[in-house]
Ligand binder design. Structure first.
Ligand code: ZN
Length: 71
């Protein structure tokens, strides 16, 4: 008798969960940012514009050759 209300409650909870996940994901998602790359040496996530890896000190000048913002 109460199957349909339960269904809507579950649907509401699912929507709320997805909204929460989206809101929580937006402010802190530094992993999949397009301006970030993986250091080829230590595999840490670093800025694409970094001249050297802050984790292992690898020189990254050569990785920025194909940038449009050379100036
Ligand atoms: Zn590194």
């Amino acid at each position: 008798m109460s199957e349909i209300p339960v269904f809507w409650v579950l649907l509401y909870l699912l929507a709320a969960l997805m909204a929460t996940a989206l809101l929580a994901k937006h402010p802190r998602a530094p992993v999949e940012e397009p301006k970030l790359i993986q250091c080829p040496d230590c595999q840490m996530t670093i800025s694409r514009r970094a001249l050297m890896c802050p984790h292992c000190g690898l020189q990254l000048n050569h990785l920025e050759v194909s940038e449009e913002n050379a100036a």
